[in-house]
Design a protein around this ligand. Structure first.
Ligand SMILES: [Zn+2]
Length: 346
């Protein structure tokens, strides 16, 4: 008998400061500093964890939250460095780095985690790194074209996208405004930057579905919506929909056929509050109060979206897009699946 499929959070960030030899680094400057400390407090860590054993504490807390939630698994995201068009690392850019090996290792150690790697396609070793990560069990590739400086439509990346399509490795790419990370190319927040990987056959998930996060950001939601009609392999996520502005298109997102193209993501550790959803009338007072009382922000984000009316499939659809090795025991499966390593479910 098929056990009930559990929800999956497709968009969970991992950060580290190298305290546990993860290879991660974190460079928080200027007004991002209080913002980072605020996010840490929001997830229940002391603000001074930034300079302490951040990664140990962070993972411990994240595991606790996933286990204490309705979720079966969380896709944890690596974060590559910034490169220029010639594939040279831009050492002064980027505010944090999470190596692929770190998320791959965490996912081997914990059934709750699924590893999404991050590879800048301009890297001279991009294809080798992609193959290496596929071999090691990557379920998705994550990048932020506007922060990483990636023009996905650059024809030189075609081979890279084709290899991803062939391996059925989905791409989660940031779209819309961004205010927690430094932005190098604001114009790459436009979902149209994703045309070439889509044409190459990659299943692409536009993170945040092109929504804006700041008042002055351009709005790309309607462009994303138009593109879902043109590309059947384009999806969007609802990550950070519980911060003001991002979630303003919830009603549209609940309508078919767009609804069938959206997957759940929290954008953890981004704060989750129901005030916006309540004020917009997306959730009622009772649901708002109940969710707001829940200290587990992964669960709060999930419950708020359930209260908004997102259907069950919204929370499980992501699994069909991921390249999940069959032998990987995840919290998504009722019973452990035992297959030969190297076999994949799609
Ligand atoms: Zn994110």
């Amino acid at each position: 008998m098929q056990s009930e499929e559990k929800p999956i959070d497709m968009h969970v960030h991992v950060v580290g400061n190298g305290s546990g030899s993860s290879g991660c680094w974190l460079r928080v400057r200027g007004w991002h500093r209080p913002l980072a400390a605020m996010m840490l407090r929001h997830i229940g860590l002391p603000g001074n964890a930034l300079s302490g054993d951040l990664e140990g504490l962070y993972i411990e807390r994240l595991l606790e939250l996933v286990r204490g939630s309705s979720l079966g698994a969380a896709v944890i995201l690596a974060q590559d460095q910034v490169y220029d068009e010639q594939g040279k690392p831009m050492k002064d850019e980027g505010s944090f780095y999470v190596p692929n090996d770190y998320v791959l290792k965490l996912a081997r150690e914990h059934a709750e985690f699924l590893p999404a790697v991050s590879i800048h396609p301009a890297r001279p070793d991009a294809l080798e790194e992609l193959d290496r990560c596929l071999e090691a069990g990557a379920v998705m590739m994550k990048c932020l074209p506007n922060c990483h400086n990636i023009n996905c439509n650059d024809r030189r990346f075609m081979k890279f996208w084709e290899r991803m399509a062939e391996a059925k490795l989905p791409l989660l790419a940031h779209t819309g405004g961004e205010h927690t990370l430094p932005v190098l190319r604001p114009e790459y927040a436009d979902p149209r930057i994703l045309a070439l990987p889509l044409e190459c056959g990659v299943n692409v998930i536009a993170a945040h579905s092109g929504t804006k996060s700041g008042l002055t950001d351009p709005e790309y939601f309607h462009i994303f919506l138009g593109m879902t009609r043109r590309f059947e392999n384009l999806y969007g996520d609802t990550s950070a929909f519980n911060v003001p502005l991002r979630g303003r298109h919830v009603r549209k997102c609940l309508e078919s056929p767009l609804c069938e193209r959206l997957v759940h993501g929290s954008d953890y550790p981004v704060p989750v509050h129901g005030h916006w959803a309540w004020m917009q009338g997306f959730v009622n007072w009772k649901a708002f109060r109940r969710c707001e009382k829940n200290p587990n922000i992964l669960e709060r984000d999930y419950q708020l979206k359930v209260a908004m009316g997102f259907p069950k499939e919204h929370f499980t659809r992501g699994k069909s897009l991921l390249r999940v090795p069959r032998h990987k025991k995840t919290g998504l499966d009722g019973q452990g699946v035992t297959e030969e390593p190297g076999e994949f479910s799609n």
